[in-house]
Design a protein around this ligand. Sequence first.
Ligand code: ADP
Ligand code: ZN
Length: 711
Amino acid sequence: MPDASFVEIVVPLPLNDPLTYRWPFTDIRPVKGCRVLVPVGGRRVIGLLWGTVSRPGIEEDRLRSVISVLDPSAILPERLLDFYQWAASYYFYPLGLALSESLPPGFFSARKKTVEKIASRPVKEKGARLKLDAWDSGGGFPLTSEQRGCIEELCSLIEGHGFNPVLLHGVTGSGKTEVYLQATRHCIDCGRNVLVLVPEIAMTAQAVGIFNDRFGNQVAVLHSGLTDSQRRDEWWGIKRGKKRIVVGTRSAIFSPISNLGLIVVDEEHDPSYKQEEKFRYNARDLALVRGKMDEAVVVLGSATPSLTSFFNAMSGKYRLISMKGRVAESVLPSVTIIDRRKKDSVTKAKGGSNSPSRGDYWLSDRLKEAIGETLADGEQVLIFLNRRGFATYVFCPECGHVFRCPNCDVSLTWHRHIGLEGVGNGSNFDAGNGVLCCHYCASRYPALPVCPVCHGHAIRARGYGTEKVADELARMFPDARVARLDRDVSSSRRRVEKILKGFRSGSINMLVGTQMVTKGHDFPGLTLVGVLWADMSLNVPEFNAAERTFQLLTQVAGRAGRGKRPGRVLIQSFMPDHYAIALAKEQDFRRFFDKEVKARQELGYPPFGRMINLKLSGRKRAVVEKSAMRCGILSRRVIRQILARGEGVEVLGPAPSPRARIKGRYLYQVLLKSPRLGNLRLICQAVLRERAEFVLPGVRLEVDVDPQSLT
Ligand code: ADP
Ligand code: ZN
């Protein structure tokens, strides 16, 4: 960087541009990527030196001076700085916040002590595990020919030293992990480093364990469950080149690993790669950007690729590698759909008949029998439903009052065993037990036995969540060892690991869970998977509801029969003919893709149209609404002004979000949609430049680029 008397500093504040300062040091050259201490208002703030300017945009005598320089050299590699800049601009998010929210804690802390501490913190060597020469041991099994072909192809791409995006479409149980491991080894042997992204916390333990076993203390782990000091240690280990393999959840995409040769995104379709607050980036998409900057091979792996990724593979943007068979002797499970519309099961259940053929409302006889058989054979059962809690709503039968969240306008879910991993019995509303929870804002309220409206004492709870299903199954099958896995349990990492370990070892033989159980797990003794309500994820107002449903069903089905014994999957559904369900039964991704792509094309949804959602929220409905109206008008005006006819950017809304109110804030959105990304961004930029025109006092604007959810 040339000598200059003015510098641009990025500070961790919601600003769209860097701040300009005077550079008072004659003996120090300004280096991009160094931390500096600067005055902002009446405070001192740590910022990152981003560049120099020969002539500042404002009058020179109004400029303040940099106070001190904190690092002797750049603390972040230049390429990572470029990557951050790209990401912040793509997601219309302030660069300073993008940095401060993803760098290790204390990075921008203005306390001098912390600065010194992070800058000089030694890397603790964890007890050395396997040595490099032990890597060759592999998984202890011969690779399948598909695995070998895939590994060879990836290795030659890695040797080619260029940006190469690959979609690895391998059915569940095709042994993708072993492919990642072998490609990782090759990449390390070639002298380049590796980043592996995994979806979320329940998954990391398994992936980390496997990578640790193979590569020992070369592996750094990054996920949200780390303590501040662990995160700092890992970050510095990576930065100093002591850790050459990073395994982590989405924020690991920002890790300071240099010389990347391979980026793996495991289960690339997983929605948890998208951060749904503040800096709304998608780590899967950013992996491709980072891979391009680093000239790395980027492998997106999944049994159920996202529609967009597969579309890109079809159109030649990504190389497609397929693995169609499972490893060793295991075969794909047989899938049966149990049609719950059939009158005999529904009406009889409602009539409360005691005939032995009667199915419960939530559990068909067929699935119940299958569970009994499986347990009797000493095998394991997984039951999936996408709703946590005990009962999904609580009401007073005397006056009809339904308990609702005062902040969010949704009914409260009764959590009977909150904080307990246990499974109880009984299903009446034994008030005083557990709490009422809001699934939108996480508020909790006491489960009082009295109606606040009519003071009646007959409070009832209805609807099935994981807690109740686990309880009922434990009651029906008294010898079963039942456990539950959902977000309530996963707040404790240790508890999750205990449950997963128990299920893998067989000390638990029936697991009830939400989508957490569908993800990537490998349970060799699991032979029966039951899905209680396949339609639940279909009947939501989202453009990708069919895609999500197909993915969930295929993934959960894919947990069955991964060992030597064949698996079977029973799916209960009220919409058995819907293509997302029927084709999940066939496990036919290609046909699902062809069908869904047509539907998307007709409506201009991704991958045919790109979207940016402008989300406005605030505590006063009228103000938010007015703000949204103005935003809509402005957007339409900007489009008329900037774009010639026929270059269509569409404005949808303003509309109240289907989740009209969350945490006491009313929500409105204006959706911009266009087949052309360039035009869409142009319009969004122009709208944001005029944000003062529509972001009224008390209203917050959030920009969601490539939204995954419109609610
Ligand atoms: P997926 O493709 O669903 O991610 P995994 O990578 O989890 O599949 O592999 C499933 C199981 O098969 C794992 O326990 C793994 O160790 C094992 N495995 C992988 N490759 C082979 C092979 N060639 N022969 C036998 N077992 C294998
Ligand atoms: Zn709420």
